[in-house]
Design a protein around this ligand. Structure first.
Ligand SMILES: Nc1ncnc2c1ncn2[C@@H]1O[C@H](COP(=O)(O)OP(=O)(O)O)[C@@H](O)[C@H]1O
Ligand SMILES: O=c1ccn([C@H]2C[C@H](O)[C@@H](COP(=O)(O)O)O2)c(=O)[nH]1
Length: 271
């Protein structure tokens, strides 16, 4: 049986924001980006100095939930969405499946060489919009990040020979411009560490139409990049400290693990 059914934990909060230029200030939803002043004035002063920062950003904690495809990130977020003072942002997958009637996620899986850049450009835009959207609670937990879109998915397409070098160069220029000029604060990365086989099983169970073509080897490549980035740390620098939660267990045990780690996760808000 194969169905994309809503999780028994209920729907996580979703945010729909749009980013657009307006005069000298960039606006994302109702949020104003301002030029940060000298170093040290903010909690993340050294990282933000000279960059555009979202007004009031230093008062809120941002926790990114990272992990392979179908590792259980959405399920984890749904669990924490029941906590007051935590706002939850899932990945904008619905947008990746439908932008003005087109499905870049599906196109990418059908023909990555042709459509990888199309999907990843849109992922980069929508993830940036997520990062810059106004935060309504003291703690934000969001699914993945601008960083994993680049360091994991773009990198995987390129290294596997499925993204032309020119596409990779253009995406990298965009990414470098964004991270050089705009502050993307992250206080903690929670890595749901799974085996690729677990993800393959859960992927089949979830049965998202576009993902039916994903072989185990694809999940192994994504897993290796995540491990190099977040565990071995042999790859690129980390935007935040990492908390690793082994996530091969059944749902009940996972919920227990989330509860056990709740204080460590929320400690990010006291940093
Ligand atoms: N611990 C678990 N054990 C078994 N199935 C799980 C577990 N966590 C999530 N699932 C199921 O696996 C699938 C993928 O989970 P999901 O949370 O959507 O992953 P992600 O958001 O990381 O892609 C869903 O069908 C979900 O119900
Ligand atoms: O930068 C990205 C981010 C995600 N994807 C793909 C991988 C999956 O098919 C979906 C959503 O991921 P989940 O792990 O199920 O949340 O989007 C991508 O191709 N590029």
């Amino acid at each position: 049986l194969c169905a994309e059914a809503p999780s028994p934990l209920g729907a996580a909060a979703r945010h729909q924001g749009t980013a657009r230029h307006r005069g000298t200030a960039l606006r994302a939803g109702s949020v104003r980006l301002i030029q940060s002043r000298a170093r040290g004035g903010m909690r993340r002063g050294d990282v933000s100095a000279g960059k555009l920062v979202r007004n009031g950003v230093d008062k809120k904690a941002v926790i990114c939930i990272e992990g392979n495809i179908a590792s259980g990130k959405t399920t984890c977020l749904e669990y924490f969405s029941k906590t007051s003072n935590i706002e939850v942002l899932t990945e904008p997958v619905a947008k990746w499946r439908n932008v003005r009637g087109h499905n870049p996620l599906g196109l990418m899986y059908q023909d990555p060489e042709r459509w990888g850049i199309t999907l990843q450009t849109y992922v980069q835009l929508t993830m940036l919009d997520r990062h810059l959207s106004s935060i309504s609670a003291p703690v934000r937990m969001m699914e993945r990040s601008l960083f994993s879109a680049k360091y994991i998915f773009v990198e995987n397409l390129f290294r596997s020979g499925k993204m032309p070098e020119v596409d990779y160069a253009v995406l990298s220029e965009w990414f470098d411009w964004i991270t050089t000029n705009i502050s993307i604060p992250v206080d903690l990365i929670v890595y749901l560490q799974t085996s690729p086989q677990t993800c393959h099983d859960r992927l089949k169970q979830r049965c998202r139409e576009e993902e039916k073509v994903i072989p185990l080897e694809y999940l192994e490549s994504i897993h290796k990049l995540y491990e190099d980035w977040l565990i071995k740390r042999t790859y690129v620098s980390l935007p935040a400290p990492v908390l690793v939660i082994p996530a091969d267990h059944d749902l009940q045990k996972m919920l227990h693990h989330y509860e056990e780690n709740r204080d460590k996760i929320l400690a990010a808000s006291y940093l």
